[in-house]
Design a protein around this ligand. Structure first.
Ligand SMILES: *[C@@H]1O[C@H](CO)[C@@H](O)[C@H](O)[C@H]1NC(C)=O
Ligand SMILES: *[C@@H]1O[C@H](CO)[C@@H](O)[C@H](O)[C@H]1NC(C)=O
Ligand SMILES: *[C@@H]1O[C@H](CO)[C@@H](O)[C@H](O)[C@H]1NC(C)=O
Length: 171
């Protein structure tokens, strides 16, 4: 029964992969600035950002026309006045696809340095500490933390049980 035990191993592998991948559901997010409109004029980024919780470790992804725009990180004063003369950092790489790691808990300010800032093309985000992780870490495996029956753990346990039965039955 080489074929079926091989398949069983494959399933087991999938379960292990699942165990490793589960925690990523609660970790860093990449936010595409402006959603499907991207980084452009005539989007109100205050409105776009107001319902989002930005956490340390997240990324901003600026997608835009590289001939029209850029991405400058500035301080609050320069954000308010649209001054692009003294950016803290230019995130512009030239491809119109720039990723900004939000790795510090603070207020970040971005403007387009090519005039569109005056029309409202500016973004302020407040980066917070991430919420505490769920109490039982699924990485510890099916035997850990019997008190925590989160949906994910339950699912993994069922999957592992299924694989165990399956491989046993077909060997
Ligand atoms: C921001 O930088 C400008 C210089 O570009 C400076 O005049 C201003 O005081 C700074 N504002 C803050 C809040 O640091
Ligand atoms: C945050 O990321 C920037 C850019 O990659 C880097 O220069 C800076 O050192 C980082 N800061 C921390 C606290 O990790
Ligand atoms: C964006 O919306 C906010 C909140 O409604 C408003 O205060 C602000 O003036 C708007 N900005 C622009 C550039 O229209």
């Amino acid at each position: 029964m080489e074929v079926s035990s091989g398949f069983g191993l494959l399933l087991l592998g999938c379960c292990c992969a699942l165990l490793i991948m589960l925690p990523s559901g609660v970790s860093a997010k990449r936010w595409t600035v402006g959603g499907n409109k991207g980084w452009t004029s005539n989007v109100n980024y205050t409105i776009w950002a107001q319902d989002i919780k930005f956490y340390k470790g997240d990324w901003l992804f600026f997608v835009y026309d590289r001939n029209q725009n850029n991405v400058l990180q500035v301080n609050k004063t320069d954000y308010e006045s649209c001054n692009s003369e003294n950016p803290i950092h230019s995130w512009t790489t030239g491809a119109g696809r720039d990723v900004v790691p939000l790795n510090v808990t603070k207020h970040y300010y971005f403007i387009s340095g090519k005039g569109f800032c005056y029309g409202g093309m500016k973004l302020a985000v407040h980066v917070l500490n991430p919420p505490p992780p769920p109490r039982a870490s699924p990485v510890k495996g099916a035997n850990a933390a019997p008190s925590a029956h989160s949906g994910g753990q339950l699912f993994v346990r069922s999957a592992m049980a299924f694989v165990a039965v399956w491989t046993f039955a077909f060997q």
